[in-house]
Ligand binder design. Sequence first.
Ligand SMILES: N[C@@H](CCC(=O)N[C@@H](CS)C(=O)NCC(=O)O)C(=O)O
Length: 205
Amino acid sequence: MAVKLYGIPMSRASRCLWMLEELGIPYENVPVHFLGEAQKPEFLKINPNGRIPALDDDGLVLFESLAINLHLARKYDGGKGLWPKSQDDQSRAIQWSIWAMTELEPPVMAVLQNRVFLPEPQRNEAVAKAGEATLARPLGVLESALSGRPYLLGDGFSVADLDVHAVLGLAPTFGKMKFDATPNVAAWLKRCGERPALARAMGRR
Ligand SMILES: N[C@@H](CCC(=O)N[C@@H](CS)C(=O)NCC(=O)O)C(=O)O
């Protein structure tokens, strides 16, 4: 099979599984676990970072979940609208994807690690609260960007929405963050969260 995604679904690989399901292309999911398996020499040949996900697209090997999504959308969109038509919108999609990784992911993970993922004795509520405080500014940016439009680039769902939602969407899933102060974000989280392709990707968990 030409497209192979490495990584168990219960991980950041779910971001790319969502994209693959949106695109509806044939793919194989190789369920490499992030604990142990991803650091073995045979996997380090695929991703020298020792992390999942990684993609092998007919010999092109990529790491970084959102870079993989930008590649998949650009190459396989086939008119579905995941990859925007205009060059300006393509640049905006890249901007939102990098923004999700740099501005959103660190504080979102600080909240989730310290309220959900870490064993209870290792959790630190002060770090979770600091994460929430840091999130206020990017959430304000997202709230404004979604004012008067249903999706980040306008009327249609695109890779920009998928990549930002894939990072932020975890927070409401675990019920550990409220979005009452940002109603546009709350409505958009719900709208994107109801996509059948996301349900199919999550169903692999
Ligand atoms: N920025 C990377 C992060 C990948 C990452 O940290 N993946 C985790 C699983 S969700 C992992 O493989 N962790 C194993 C490790 O850090 O050793 C991406 O988005 O692809």
